[in-house]
Design a protein around this ligand. Structure first.
Ligand SMILES: Cc1ncc(C[n+]2csc(CCOP(=O)(O)OP(=O)(O)O)c2C)c(N)n1
Length: 324
């Protein structure tokens, strides 16, 4: 069981550190993308750091996550290596998929990252499969599926939730309601205020948390993880959060109002933590400066690693492809 957060400043510092790590990674990725150093598309999670971090720190290393097209933060928070991730985004041979998968296909089973996923909604059945494996093996692992409120309307989400409830599988469904599904504002495709309400129809608990507050996210996810580990079945955790940028890097965001475009940073999990929790957990201004410096160095090293790595040779394109 995870330690209680209230008297655990080491855990609080880790929550803060990991949010800054994601902030740094996404900021660097945006710059590298703009500079033309990354092929393909990237989808950033700036503004959503508390979701990835609060959820993943409620898990153990041997637990699993399944992620989405917006998965950098999830992978980092679960322990993936920023260097291998950055190299993958650069399309380089030292990346997680030897540069052939890109941003939406980061996976690292050694830390329980079963994969980011460009197919909207598919993180749920994959997590249900991992949870079934854990149940059959009796190894007490839990699987957590990240998904967005856009994905929540997909049929496969219903199937996954229904089956997980039926078999009391050790799974947590974690919805990041970040106000937009691709280019569609929440109210244009969601007829209810809270996605968590849907859990009742499957017979398991649903809770909505403030996605700006990493402590609240951690606390509620931990309850869901403990419940899953104890054989009580799934929980749906919905975090109300905010995607600062566009759907993808370069998105002109014409679907946002002038007010929304003006100051997305008014919703800021890092600033929220500094304002509301740093004193409680004994995190001084100097600790804050050091954490910024430490995470900046990790990200700088990741970029240097990616720059130095060679491009994936095109002759390897069919390696590891299992289709006949
Ligand atoms: C099965 C499928 N349908 C459509 C798409 C195109 N698509 C990519 S992202 C996206 C919206 C996802 O919204 P949400 O689940 O809220 O995640 P967010 O982008 O907000 O993180 C859509 C429809 C896709 N990738 N896969």
């Amino acid at each position: 069981m995870c330690p209680d957060i209230d008297d655990n400043s080491i855990l609080a510092k880790k929550l803060y550190h990991n949010m800054l790590l994601i902030r740094g990674f996404e900021t660097a990725a945006a710059k590298q993308y703009r500079d033309g150093n990354m092929p393909g598309f990237i989808h950033l999670s700036l503004g959503q750091e508390a979701c990835a971090v609060g959820a993943c720190l409620a898990l153990k290393k041997e637990d699993y996550i399944t992620s989405t097209h917006r998965g950098h933060g999830h992978c980092l928070a679960k322990g993936a290596d920023p260097k291998l991730m950055m190299a993958e985004l650069f399309g380089k041979s030292d990346g997680y998929c030897k540069g052939r998968g890109g941003s939406m296909h980061i996976a690292d089973p050694s830390v329980g990252v079963l994969g980011a996923n460009g197919i909207v909604g598919q993180s749920l059945p994959l997590a249900v499969g991992a949870a079934l494996t854990a149940q059959v093996k009796g190894n007490s692992s839990v699987a957590l599926a990240f998904f967005g409120e856009g994905a929540s309307g997909a049929g496969v989400v219903h199937e996954a939730m229904n089956m997980a409830a039926l078999w009391s599988l050790p799974v947590v469904f974690f919805c990041e309601a970040n106000r937009y599904a691709e280019l569609s504002p929440y109210e244009t495709h969601c007829p209810i205020d809270k996605i968590s309400q849907r859990a009742a129809s499957y017979g398991f608990p649903g809770v909505t948390v403030n996605g700006e507050d990493v402590i609240e996210v951690y606390r509620e996810t931990e309850k869901a993880v403990v419940r899953a580990r104890n054989g009580k079945g799934p929980t749906l955790v919905e975090a109300k959060t905010m995607r600062w940028g566009g759907h993808y890097e370069g998105d002109p965001q014409k679907y946002k109002s002038a007010a929304e475009l003006e100051n997305p940073q008014s919703f800021d999990p890092v600033a929220f933590f500094e304002k509301n929790y740093s004193a409680d957990y004994g995190i001084s201004a100097s600790d804050i400066r050091k954490t910024y410096a430490r995470t900046e160095k990790i990200i700088k090293d990741a970029v240097i690693f990616a720059e130095k790595s060679s491009l994936s040779p095109s002759k390897n394109i069919f390696n590891d492809v299992y289709a006949p």
